[in-house]
Design a protein around this ligand. Structure first.
Ligand code: NCD
Ligand code: ZN
Length: 351
């Protein structure tokens, strides 16, 4: 049936392979927005201070589990923040004991709370070697931070300067290039089949840099990596709808209070947990690819991480434009929900 005639589609319950839940009052406010539709999520470790050790990850996971809404079976998959002092034995301990699923590499200074990230990649070589040995994936924020590199080129330059050398020295290391925003990254992942995958966010499938900058500056669309030209957005959509197993959803839903977004120097991050599945249904429908949505949101991620897809399902039904809130409230103040700029006709029904 052509997509325009489809009014209902059932998928395995989705997972989010890149999510910021924060802590304290913000965690309490944003967690239900994810658990409503998602069963599992890789939880980013960029708290202040960051989640570096197995012990810290276990404690953070306990706080997340305690904040789950009643009846929720949501599973947080924890991640360790890689620093130049990370101990390979602690990483192995966390992996073997089911405390952490992956390790996160932030180049120092790349984004929100990344000051403890890696400057000298040789210093983390023993950790990367150990991860390759035990099959633990490395998730990378793929942007260089050198001030002389144009912000729109930082992802493409990262591939050449950082990713290729890491993969060359460590071909057995499993790597996820996170929140890819360029055709360059899509091509690189597509052309290198071994031990490499990529996540794509909801917002990068919808906005390009004009949405941020044309006709007035839109702080709520500012995130890192920053959205690029339209041709890159189109390449991302092609990758997402391709069914290629190495591309899967990582929303990078990253809540900041409006006060912190609407500053002279505002925070980077788009909060999309609330309406992500409805947004994605619109994107896939417009591309005539609703049949590929389940692979992107619910099958490819678990396959890469060696997990079973979720047993439970969700159903998306097309109807009148949905009424998602423009903001959610948190104890720290309101957080604006991603505005895709078009009506959302796909309603999510869970069982
Ligand atoms: C993230 C955040 O706010 O923690 N911001 C963002 O723009 N994506 C950090 C990140 O993942 O880069
Ligand atoms: Zn992120």
């Amino acid at each position: 049936m052509p997509d325009k005639d489809l009014t209902e589609i059932t998928l395995r319950r989705p997972d989010d392979w890149h999510l910021h839940l924060r802590d304290g009052a913000m965690l309490k406010a944003v967690l239900p927005e994810t658990t409503r539709h998602f069963e599992r999520a890789i939880v980013m470790p960029n708290l202040v201070p960051p989640v570096v050790t197995a012990k810290e990850a276990a404690a953070y996971r306990a706080r997340i589990l305690a904040a789950r809404p009643d009846g929720s079976t949501f599973t947080p998959l924890m991640m360790l923040y890689l620093t130049e002092d990370t101990d390979p034995n602690d990483v192995e301990y966390a992996h073997k004991n089911g405390i952490a699923t992956a390790v996160k590499l932030y180049p120092a200074g790349a984004t929100t709370n990344s000051a403890s990230g890696v400057r000298d990649f040789d210093k983390v070589r023993p950790v990367l070697d150990r991860m390759a040995e035990i099959g633990m994936p490395l998730c990378v924020h793929g942007e260089v931070t050198d001030s002389e590199i144009d912000i729109f080129d930082r992802e493409a330059v990262f591939i050449d300067r950082v990713l290729k050398p890491i993969r060359k020295k460590n071909p057995d290391l499993r790597v996820v290039m996170e929140h890819v925003t360029t055709e360059d990254a899509v091509d690189y992942v597509r052309d290198h089949r071994k031990n490499l995958a990529a996540t794509i966010t909801t917002h990068h499938l919808i906005i390009n840099r004009n949405h941020i900058l044309a006709g007035g500056i839109r702080p709520h669309y500012y995130c890192l990596p920053v959205a690029k030209r339209e041709k890159h957005r189109v390449a991302l959509v092609q990758a997402a709808i391709s069914g290629d197993k190495r591309f899967f959803l990582g929303t990078d839903s990253a809540p900041h209070t409006d006060v912190n977004k609407l500053q002279e120097c505002g925070c980077a991050g788009v909060f999309s947990a609330t309406n992500t599945m409805s947004c994605l249904a619109e994107v896939f429908e417009a591309a005539g690819a609703l049949g590929k949505l389940e692979a992107f949101t619910s099958l490819n991620g678990p396959a890469f991480y060696g997990m079973e897809p979720n047993e439970a399902t969700i159903t998306l039904r097309k109807g009148d434009a949905a009424n998602y809130p423009a903001q959610i409230q948190s104890g720290d103040g309101p957080v604006t929900v991603f505005d895709p700029g078009f009506p959302l006709h796909w309603h999510v029904h869970t069982t």
